[in-house]
Design a binder for this molecule. Structure first.
Ligand SMILES: Nc1nc2c(ncn2[C@@H]2O[C@H](COP(=O)(O)OP(=O)(O)OP(=O)(O)O)[C@@H](O)[C@H]2O)c(=O)[nH]1
Ligand SMILES: [Mg+2]
Ligand SMILES: [Zn+2]
Length: 378
């Protein structure tokens, strides 16, 4: 299969941004796998190449989120014959789906760069959590990708249960398409195909075990199996995905399967939050004070709306929690930006002198990119 750059997601914007790099003799590649020390890159023609990050790219990144990530387009320098191919630059992302690194850290974790559509996979029963769904919607809105929800495992629930779950999810977002699917019965998975387009990248996220890889396998056809190895540690004999990787689909389009996400921590700004909660934003115009926090504030129209059952109590609670998280993140970031990031950079510079050190450092200092323990539910 010989692939053009366009089939790998290249477009005019990237072509334009790449101009200065062509002049240096570098060539574009799309990162499809993060091996920590190196990356797998797809090149024009469809060949895969192992590429290494240059010290310059490493130093130029002020945060881990700025380092190359799966989905990124980079400029590759082949150097002399015996040299390792090097990433000399990363093109600006056209979309970027990220969350906050789980735990106390205040860093952004890029889940996938340059994705066009994010599928959130859930089900109508044990996995369904509308508050979590609101988080996904907020993160997707921030990413500039298009949101689609799959209410999967439909074979395990009644038609009414599936329909009701889908309806509840639809009420949370004006932008998201919501479909009911069953990967086991091959029901509705065909709808995912409708979103596939040559050169467009989709990704699937959701809790572990909801069926992301099963859906991916159906799109890939029999001979491809991305469901991972059997989990010997837990002894559950389940196939759990442990790394994200881009695959080119036989019918065109690119797809990133993800490990199960346990914590959907906020990585966004207030603006995106308000847009996602336009109903609350609208009501809040009637609050007595313009900086109303909608808690115990006097004359709060939002609280009144909850009391008169015009606004769902749980949605209101979810909103307050997300707003809290965003404010906290903002405050922490401000405080630590100067000290923490500058210090890390200085320390990196000191140590990352030669290649051996560089590789070692990469292993130790890139805990928040790629898949981590927190990515997995068990
Ligand atoms: N009944 C039913 N089972 C399903 C369906 N989709 C997936 N499963 C099963 O659920 C289990 C987990 O499916 P996976 O596709 O590996 O789930 P995943 O979302 O990729 O999980 P992680 O890789 O751990 O994040 C497998 O045993 C699947 O056969 C479905 O629609 N109906
Ligand atoms: Mg999986
Ligand atoms: Zn208010």
């Amino acid at each position: 299969m010989s692939l053009s750059l366009e089939e790998l997601g290249w477009n005019e914007g990237f072509e334009k941004a790449f101009k200065p790099f062509y002049k240096k003799g570098w060539l574009p590649g799309r990162l499809i796998r993060d091996n920590k020390i190196s990356y797998g890159a797809l090149l024009k023609g469809g060949d895969e190449l192992e590429v290494f990050m240059s010290g310059k790219v490493y130093h130029a990144a002020e945060t881990n989120a700025e380092l190359p990530a799966v989905g990124d387009w980079v400029a590759i320098d082949y150097g002399q014959e015996a040299d390792e191919p090097m990433i000399r630059a990363r093109l600006d992302r056209q979309t970027c789906f990220s969350r906050k690194v789980p735990g106390k850290s205040i860093e952004e974790q890029v889940i996938a760069a340059n994705v066009d559509t994010v599928f959130v996979v859930t089900d109508a029963g044990t996995d369904l959590n509308l508050r979590r769904m609101e988080r996904y919607f907020t993160l997707i809105a921030r990413s500039s990708a298009r949101p689609v929800v799959l209410v999967n495992r439909a074979d395990l629930y009644s038609r009414e249960e599936n329909e009701e779950a889908a309806q509840q999810i639809r009420e949370l977002s004006l932008d998201a398409d919501v479909h009911i699917t069953s990967a086991i019965n091959e029901e509705g998975v065909g709808v995912v195909r409708r979103y596939l387009e040559v050169g467009k990248t989709i990704t699937l996220v959701g809790s572990s075990g909801v069926g992301k890889s099963s859906i991916v396998n159906q799109l890939l056809g029999e001979e491809w199996q991305v469901t991972g190895e059997i989990n010997e540690v837990s002894g559950k004999g389940r196939h759990t995905t442990t790394a994200r990787e881009i695959v080119v689909l036989p019918e065109g389009g690119l797809l990133i399967d993800n490990p199960g996400i346990r914590e959907v921590q906020m990585w966004t700004d207030e603006q995106t939050l308000y847009e996602q909660f336009a109903d609350i934003d609208e009501i809040s115009k009637e609050c007595q004070f313009h900086d109303c926090k909608h808690g115990s504030d006097k004359g709060c129209a939002v609280r009144e709306a909850v009391e008169s059952e015009r606004l769902d109590y749980l949605r209101y609670q979810g909103y307050l929690r997300l707003d809290d998280e965003i404010q906290e993140l903002k405050a922490k970031r401000k405080k630590r930006q100067m000290t923490f990031e500058r210090r890390t950079k200085r320390e990196l510079r000191k140590v990352v002198r030669n290649k051996e050190d560089r590789d070692l450092m990469r292993k130790e200092l890139r805990p928040s990119t790629g898949a981590r323990v927190e990515d997995f539910e068990d």
